[in-house]
Design a protein around this ligand. Structure first.
Ligand code: KIV
Ligand code: ZN
Length: 510
């Protein structure tokens, strides 16, 4: 947190005394195209949201299906600290469904913009106000806490929006919510809108911002800076189309940039994100803030050097704050410090000559566009240590026969630990036949799986040099890379596989 934040907070922010986090992962988040959660999955997520400490959990839309009522009831049975909320259109029957689900808090909405009035609801302004207010009054009469959303509020004429909100307040609403239904706001527009609403209404104000232009978190933060009392959020920013304001981004910006602690156990954020990613099938991009794989990953030599001395040099918060972990990644930008720290992590001691050979090999792998894993590093370092001119498996002969209407056959001769063996094998093509022969020849020594195979022509023409890069794994799950360059693609393939197998054998025997 910066020194001048306290001044900014005092002079240009109008923070509410209490900021509520209203999570709608189980409702708007479930409206993410392709996502449908079972009752059991909703229970798992609700439990974790509760443990994190969110104030409210919108558990679903009870009027939409029997399953929604069932899941809301089951979540209710957990007796969580978070308040459970049910969504409802401005219809008495929807309120009844929320009551059937045993919920005590309703989030009722109706479209207010000209587009929603004319093309969706086909209702006049006065009909909209009547529907909204009679639903709020009906819900209040049944003892519910009521939050009212003017759907598409940000494209609604300001006068009409204020009319609807005034009538909602007169009907006893507890929270007024402002949905930016298609995410058109920008921070400066948000500042103007929220300030105007705060100046004119004396009930708690909530915001529900969508992310169509990637501004949902920035806009929600701006709304909070201008006095909004509540933010609607979803885990991983899930939701309709491009989603909603992301829970983890909002909470961590408030905490790490402003020092505003909402009382949430943020160390649970990463595991919650992982659970939601697994159950919804929506995987996070590696560069997703806070929870993405790269959120605390460092490759460049300059950055890693800084991180190793003091992680704050290139991290705005520690990974521990959100339950994530730091990763030092090897590649073309790797510096000597990063490599030394990695080797230390794996207790591998190299002399200076060996160290620079490994260093150069890692850079070369990175330069060729390959991602260098820790397994690659171990294999390269062990090969260098063993000074591993030692190659337990040596190719002694290879011949291929193929023709029209004849299955390609490869005859491979290997020397394995000094003993020569030969095998003929057929396959769908010459490479498949040859690699199959190798696997059979080595089966008494090791079991290998070909995890990845990449073939590239690195020069042009029919005599082009072919470069083959493979990743193989053994029965214990060890993985290793292999690489070879040859004018013959079968030869390049076999040599790459043998290269990788020899490294695996050296790891096993080290
Ligand atoms: O985005 C939206 O307008 C909504 C409403 C149901 C509040 O999700
Ligand atoms: Zn929404």
């Amino acid at each position: 947190m910066l020194d001048n934040i306290e001044i900014i907070k005092k002079e240009s922010m109008n923070l509410a005394d209490k900021i509520y986090i209203f999570d709608t992962t189980l409702r708007d988040g479930e409206q993410t195209p392709g996502v449908a959660l079972t009752v059991d999955e909703k229970i798992q997520i609700a439990q974790k949201l509760n443990n994190l400490g969110v104030d409210k959990i919108e558990v679903g839309f009870p009027a939409s299906s029997k399953g929604e009522i069932k899941s809301a009831k089951k979540i209710g049975e957990l007796d969580l600290d978070s308040t459970l909320v049910g969504l409802s259109r401005s219809l008495k029957s929807d309120v009844d469904a929320v009551l059937d689900a045993d919920l005590e808090y309703i989030h009722t909405f109706i479209g207010t913009s000209p587009l929603h009035r004319d093309y969706k609801l086909k209702m006049s302004k006065s009909e909209i106000i009547s529907k909204a207010t009679e639903t709020i009054e009906y819900a209040k009469d049944h003892g519910l806490t009521v939050e009212f959303s003017a759907e598409d509020a940000t494209r609604t004429e300001r006068n009409f929006l204020f009319d609807v909100f005034s009538q909602a307040v007169s009907s006893g609403v507890d929270f007024l919510d402002i949905p930016d239904t298609v995410g058109i706001l920008t921070p400066i527009m948000t500042r103007e809108l929220i300030t105007d609403i705060k100046d004119n209404f004396n009930v708690p104000i909530s915001v529900h911002f969508h992310n169509d232009f990637g501004l949902a978190t920035a806009n929600t933060l701006t709304a909070i800076e201008c006095g909004a009392n509540q933010a609607h959020v979803t885990v991983n920013g899930l939701g309709e189309r491009t989603g909603n304001c992301s829970l983890e981004e909002l909470v961590m910006t408030l905490k790490a940039s402003y020092g505003i602690d909402l009382g949430l156990d943020t160390t649970r954020l990463y595991s919650l994100s992982t659970l939601v990613g697994r159950l919804t099938g929506v995987k996070m991009p590696v560069n997703k803030p806070i929870v993405g794989d790269n959120a605390f990953a460092h490759e460049s030599g300059i950055h890693v050097h800084g991180i190793l001395n003091n992680s704050a040099t290139y991290e705005p918060m520690s990974p521990e704050m959100v339950g994530h972990s730091r990763r030092i990644v090897l590649g073309k930008h790797t510096g000597a410090n990063a490599l030394k720290s990695k080797l230390k992590e794996y207790h591998i001691d190299l002399d200076e000559g060996q160290f620079y050979k490994v260093f150069n090999e890692i850079k070369a792998l990175g330069d060729s566009g390959k991602c260098v894993t820790d397994d690659d590093l171990i294999a390269i370092a062990i090969t260098e240590l063993g000074s591993a001119k030692e190659t337990p498996i040596v190719l002694k002969g290879l011949s291929i026969s193929m023709g029209a209407n004849v299955s390609p056959t490869a005859t491979v001769k290997l020397e394995i630990d000094g003993v020569e063996k030969e095998k003929a094998n057929t396959g769908v093509g010459p490479i498949d036949a040859a690699i199959g022969a190798v696997r059979e020849l080595v089966q008494d020594t090791m079991h290998i799986e070909l995890e990845e195979y990449n073939l590239e022509a690195i020069t042009g023409g029919t005599d082009a040099l072919a470069e083959v890069f493979v990743i193989t794994s053994d029965a214990d799950g060890n993985k290793s890379t292999g690489r070879s360059t040859n004018q013959d693609i079968v030869m390049a393939s076999i040599m790459a596989v043998l290269d990788s197998m020899n490294k695996l054998l050296l790891i096993k025997r080290a």
